[in-house]
Ligand binder design. Structure first.
Ligand SMILES: [Zn+2]
Length: 69
C-alpha cells in the first residue's frame, strides 16, 4: 500500500491512525502517512470496515464507543 501522497506526491509510509465520528472513536486504523505533509490516507479495505462499524454505531449496536481495529 505505501506509495505516493495524493496531496503532494511525496513518499508515504505505513502507519496507524485514529478516527472520530460522532461519539464513536476508532483506533488503530491502518493507513499510509506522508513523510512530507503528514497526510493520512486510509485504504479501501479499511475504509469499508470503518463504514460498517459506523453503520453499526449509528444503530447503537456497538457495545462500546471505542473500537480498536
Ligand atoms: Zn504529502
Amino acid at each position: 500500500m505505501p506509495g505516493k501522497c495524493s496531496q503532494c506526491g511525496s513518499k508515504t509510509y505505513l502507519g496507524r491512525t485514529t478516527m472520530h465520528k460522532d461519539s464513536t472513536e476508532i483506533q488503530n486504523i491502518p493507513c499510509t502517512i506522508c513523510h512530507e505533509c503528514g497526510y493520512e490516507q486510509i485504504g479501501q479495505q479499511a475504509q469499508k470496515k470503518i463504514n460498517k462499524l459506523l453503520e453499526r454505531a449509528a444503530k447503537e449496536k456497538l457495545k462500546s464507543r471505542l473500537v480498536v481495529m
